[in-house]
Unconditional design. Sequence first.
Length: 137
Amino acid sequence: MKTYFHEITLSTRNRFELVDITYEVEEAVRKSGVRNGLCLVFAPHATAAIVANEHEAGLMEDILTRIREFVQPERRWRHNIIDDNAHAHIGSALFGAERVFPVRDGRLVRGTWQNIFLVEMDGPRSRRRVVVEVIGE
C-alpha cells in the first residue's frame, strides 16, 4: 500500500472566504501514483473547515452568507473574552476540518459540480495549510 502526503499553503484576504483547492488536491492525487484508494483533505486549524460544493459565484456567496448567519460572528460568545473568534471555532467544529474522497483509476472521485474548498472563518490569514494524504494501491 502507498501513502503520499502533500501540503497546500495559501493565504486568505477576508474574514469569511471560500478558497477553491480542487486543482491542488487533484495534483496531489496524480503525483501520489495511487490508482485506487482514498484521499483525505484536512485543514489543521480550529477556525477553518473543508467542504465540497459547486464553484459558482452566486452560490459561493450564498454559502458564506448562510455560514455567517449560522455561526453569528456578532454574538457575544464566551470565548470572545479571550479571542474574538468563537464563531469560527464553532463553524469548524460543526462543518468539519476534513473530507475524504475516493480515488479510482488514479483520479479523484467527485461529482460533476463538486469542487473542494477551504472555508475561512477567521481571516484574513497570511498562512493557512491544508494537508492532503492519499492512501491506496
